[in-house]
Design a protein around this ligand. Structure first.
Ligand code: 5GP
Length: 187
């Protein structure tokens, strides 16, 4: 499989540690993995950089791109008017450059991508339990109680779709999860 570009779709509930896990995988796997930068209408969190973590767009900018068909998939996540979307050009350019493009997106977006790229490798990251996930979301302290509750409700819904993914990794031990992820890519 070496030398061939691939599309990887990674989903899992908010707070499961996808970001940390993926940063380690990208740094340690020795493959030309590149994280696709999504667009969002959510406000940046402290430390988040435009064009690096997300393209932070106004609702009007996002809508213009949506109407123009620039998204491979886009969804209003958490039912609050916050949009997230994968830019078609980012994915196409990455694949054309021979990269392994990684999308970290919600399960609805994942399904949409799989319809358009049937060969995409679908990976679901799971928490050890819902209690652990709740603790992590609370510990992160980046959300209001209300937003946290919505994320938890969304997480419960997302976990029900885990069985639709080709591969599932439980992120209870980061080192083990990183090894498991890399071994999936290398087989
Ligand atoms: P956060 O606000 O914590 O950065 O991301 C919230 C959720 O939005 C994550 O679970 C992530 O998977 C999802 N997400 C991020 N970017 C995209 C995207 O481009 N498309 C879709 N469908 N979901 C996304």
């Amino acid at each position: 499989m070496g030398g061939v570009s691939r599309l990887l779709v990674v989903s899992g509930p908010s707070g499961v540690g996808k970001g940390t896990l993926l940063r380690r995988v990208v740094a340690e796997c020795g493959l030309p993995l590149t994280m696709s930068v999504s667009a969002t209408t959510r406000k940046p969190r402290p430390g988040e950089v435009d064009g690096e973590h997300y393209y932070f767009l106004s609702p009007a900018e996002f809508e213009t791109k949506r109407q123009g068909g620039e998204f491979l998939e886009c969804f209003e996540v958490f039912g609050t008017g916050t949009w997230y979307g994968t830019l078609r050009k980012t994915v196409e350019d990455g694949l054309a450059a021979g990269h392994w493009v990684v999308l970290e997106i919600d399960v609805k977006g994942a399904k949409k991508v799989k319809e358009q790229f049937p060969d995409a490798m679908m990976i679901f990251i799971e928490p050890k339990s819902l209690d652990v996930l709740q603790e992590r979301l609370q510990g992160r302290g980046t959300e209001t109680e209300d937003a946290m509750q919505r994320r938890l409700a969304t997480a419960i819904g997302e976990l029900q779709h885990a069985g639709e993914f080709e591969y599932r990794i439980v992120n209870d031990d980061l080192d083990r999860a990183v090894r498991e992820f890399i071994s999936l890519l290398c087989r």
